[in-house]
Ligand binder design. Structure first.
Ligand SMILES: [Zn+2]
Length: 136
């Protein structure tokens, strides 16, 4: 293998090598999300989240699309999830820490978040609750 190939691997792993970026990948594994949603889930400032997203995008790990005023981020290839999960299983076996295998990510609508996807989920829920209360 060439030096360049090792260099490329190293750049890839260094993009993954950050707790917040790993959490972002878990959130995006569930569904695409905008910066304001990621910011709400991570409880971090949007500017900080944007910096982390830029690093993941630069490495080709995530991609984005614009819809109206919002930019939605998603995994460029779901294989990165398998790779990270493989590393987690390896670490869990090595350390005995089973918490490495427990990923907990709130779905859209499960947190207090102003993003369009959460608001859409909440209005669907409100609609069903109103419908239910009419039948009571
Ligand atoms: Zn949201």
């Amino acid at each position: 293998m060439t030096d360049e190939a090792y260099q490329r691997q190293s750049q890839f792993f260094s993009a993954l090598s950050h707790p917040v970026r790993l959490r972002i990948l878990d959130i995006l594994a569930q569904d695409e999300a905008c910066v304001c949603h990621l910011s709400a889930v991570l409880q971090q400032r949007q500017a900080y989240v944007s910096q982390q997203l830029a690093i993941l995008k630069e490495a080709g790990i995530i991609t984005d699309r614009k819809e109206g005023l919002y930019v939605y981020y998603s995994l460029a290839n779901a294989d990165v999830t398998h790779l990270v999960n493989q590393a987690r299983r390896y670490l869990a076996d090595l350390t005995g820490d089973k918490s490495l295998l427990q990923v907990e990510v709130p779905a859209h609508g499960e947190i207090d978040c102003p993003c369009p996807k959460c608001q859409a989920e909440l209005s669907i829920r409100d609609f069903h609750q109103e419908k239910d209360s009419i039948h009571e």
